[in-house]
Write a protein that binds this ligand. Structure first.
Ligand code: SAH
Length: 253
């Protein structure tokens, strides 16, 4: 059996209890070495075989899994953050279905949650935005045309841009074609939750300059939206004394 496991954003204690237990039990671990914190490999038991998928193709990953299965050994496929976000798990799962190898998936803390935590930010501030757009800039991997960053930017929603720290000037230009203005708050978060984490607060107008000044070109998220710097949001209904919920009677009818 194969267990897909989300490793979390970096700090080794941000893996789930379930994920850590699966790592301890694994006979084989294939980890995404470009971003998974290698400290997590310390959980592996003696005799566990470890592979770094950063140096492997999909075919090689599948070959390893197939050979482990033949020996009756369990594999953990360790992905960074949560595997459902840019994790390339679907193509593995489809092949495993074809090979009749069973698998399950243990979620992880995605880096977009790690970055929000680093900024003490709430993406969904009432009266500001109730939507988080998770996207990336088209690079060597294309993005469907209808999802062009400039078009998504028309909503002015809270936005998290993955895999684009090497293209910050183009990100900035696309954002400005949408509903964001030069003064819209933005942030670059490099290696959220790692010891070398860098958090740079800026605006859409200064994004590109800040990227250069702080030498951030990879392993970073770009966060954009008024949620980052506003005091004008509305209080939540959930904790409003006047508001009745399923669990609590409010003072207003
Ligand atoms: N599945 C992962 C994302 C993998 S794509 C997740 O859920 O987070 C790789 C991209 O994620 C990187 O280029 C970067 O944009 C972002 N990323 C991953 N870990 C990060 C971290 N700790 N801090 C900031 N960005 C991170």
């Amino acid at each position: 059996m194969v267990h897909f496991v989300g490793a979390g954003p970096g700090a080794p204690d941000l893996i789930t209890l379930r994920g850590a237990e699966l790592l301890r039990r694994a006979d084989c671990i294939i980890y995404a070495g470009s971003l998974v914190n290698p400290a997590l490999l310390a959980l592996a038991k003696d005799g566990c075989t470890i592979y770094n998928s950063a140096e492997m193709t999909l075919e090689q990953v599948l070959d390893v899994i197939r050979s482990q299965e033949k020996q009756g050994r369990e594999t953990v496929r360790l992905h960074t953050g949560d595997a459902s976000i840019y994790g390339a798990i679907r193509e593995q799962m489809d092949e495993l279905d074809r090979l009749e190898i069973t698998y399950d998936d243990t979620p992880g803390v995605s880096s977009f949650c790690g970055a929000a935590a680093a900024l003490n930010a709430e993406y969904t501030l009432p009266g500001i935005s109730q939507t988080v757009i998770i996207t990336r800039m088209a690079g060597r991997t294309p993005v469907p045309e209808r999802e062009a960053l400039a078009d998504l930017a028309q909503h002015g929603a809270s936005m998290v841009i993955f895999l684009s720290a090497g293209m910050v000037p183009a990100v900035q230009a696309a954002l400005l074609q949408g509903a964001y203005i030069e003064n819209t708050p933005a942030a670059l978060v490099y290696k959220a939750t790692w010891p070398e984490e860098k958090v740079v607060r800026c605006t859409v107008g200064t994004l590109a300059r800040c990227g250069v000044e702080h030498n951030i070109t990879k392993t970073a998220l770009i966060l954009v939206g008024d949620f980052l710097n506003t005091t004008s949001y509305e209080r939540s209904k959930l904790y409003d004394p006047g508001f009745t919920t399923e669990f609590r009677k409010g003072s207003q009818q």
